[in-house]
Design a protein. Structure first.
Length: 393
């Protein structure tokens, strides 16, 4: 079969990397409308048609997001190419089997059975900056040939930047200027972003990490080892659904505060959260009477947690005072907590007419709010009761 497809230089760069035996990782960093997602769909289809009996996994953090983006566009592209066969599309499993026995499957990272299940030949993680380092590791362990990642660089601290430096990684940067098929009206829309917000222009037009001069926390440091003893432990809990629910552990000794993430996940119902907390507490040997300080805006969830044996108290939500309190500690975060690291980089003061305010932007604040609740509680209620010693070597 000869395919005559319109494609950009982004497709050519990805195809070259896909067919290079010395390359295992392919990272596509780019702005909106750069054709990176469309080019990768084309590349996956051409690869599937050219190779017999392969398994290609296309994944994203959540299935609804995957369905609204890549899955919908992927099958539309197959139809446009005139090669879609409905009987080969198992919609219930989100799979498509080509005539030569190569299968493309779609699944979300929150499907633990899929992530830790069978191996595959090729993996493509769409919007890969949504994935944690542990999720990346699980996928990497079970992929035999190549891993492909695409993302918009909305933050400048992520495991993707470490992978980028691997000797067997091909890094492909693209912007709207790499897409010759983009309508003039959309080109103007991208270029006008600079008039609205320079950081948005950096990220979504140029595909570059945002540069900020108003980051709230600047004194935190990563750590890999534990203190041999902690004087107190408080857990901070910030509820979310479309935003992530964040359960953050804050451990204290003198003027030191160590933080790490226990739960950081979108789409959790109250029942899901209780199950996650039970599993986490058991796995990490955290006593169920451990003090948890939570956002009192959701009293019904707090009541349900307490009925299930947890010890959840109302948080002091004074934002400015809480931020000052966090800044009064020598602050460390666990290197295995990528969401905390990302939010530290992106948690910023709000601007009003180019002037900094004393109010944070209400983005990148799920872990930051939970951490602030825990730190504030400890500062105002210094004690050993409710805390526990934890040693990890």
């Amino acid at each position: 079969m000869i395919l005559d497809i319109k494609h950009t230089g982004v497709f050519e760069k990805n195809w070259d990397a896909l067919t290079d035996e010395g390359i295992r990782f392919i990272i596509n960093q780019g702005g909106s409308r750069s054709s990176k997602t469309y080019s990768l769909m084309q590349a996956m289809i051409v690869y599937a048609l050219s190779n017999k009996g392969k398994i290609i996994s296309i994944v994203r953090k959540s299935l609804p997001s995957l369905k609204k983006s890549v899955i919908r566009e992927f099958f539309r592209l197959l139809e446009d190419m005139g090669i879609y066969q409905e009987h080969r599309h198992r919609k219930i499993d989100n799979t498509y089997m080509f005539d030569n026995g190569t299968m493309i499957e779609f699944f979300s990272i929150d499907n633990a059975q899929k992530v830790r299940g069978q191996s595959r030949d090729i993996l493509w993680a769409n919007e890969a900056n949504e994935l944690s380092f542990e999720e990346y590791n699980q996928l990497n362990f079970r992929t035999t040939e190549k891993l492909i990642f695409d993302f918009n660089p909305s933050d400048d601290a992520h495991w993707l930047y470490d992978v980028k430096d691997y000797p067997d990684c091909r890094f492909i940067h693209s912007t709207y200027k790499d897409n010759p098929f983009l309508a003039k009206s959309l080109v103007k829309q991208m270029e006008d972003l600079i008039k609205v917000d320079f950081n948005y222009y950096q990220v979504y037009a140029l595909g570059l990490p945002a540069k900020s001069t108003h980051t709230i926390y600047t004194h935190q440091m990563p750590y890999a080892e534990e203190l041999p003893r902690y004087d107190d432990t408080v857990l901070g809990l910030d509820f979310g659904y479309n935003h992530s629910t964040a359960l953050i552990r804050c451990r204290f000794r003198d003027d030191i505060c160590h933080v790490d993430e226990l739960i950081f996940e979108k789409g959790l119902t109250t029942a899901d959260l209780i199950e996650e907390m039970n599993d986490t507490f058991k796995r990490m040997s955290i006593p169920k009477h451990q003090t948890i300080v939570a956002d009192w805006a959701r009293p019904e969830i707090i009541e349900e947690l307490n009925r299930n044996g947890f010890n959840v108290l109302y948080a002091d939500k004074a934002v400015k005072e809480g931020i000052s309190t966090v800044k009064s500690y020598r602050l460390y975060y666990d290197i295995g907590s990528p969401n905390i690291a990302r939010e530290f980089k992106n948690y910023k003061w709000k601007l009003h007419k180019e002037q900094l305010t004393d109010e944070p932007e209400k983005v990148w604040d799920d872990a930051m709010d939970a951490m602030r609740y825990g730190v504030m509680w400890h500062k105002k209620n210094r004690r050993s009761v409710g805390g526990y010693d934890f040693v990890s070597f």
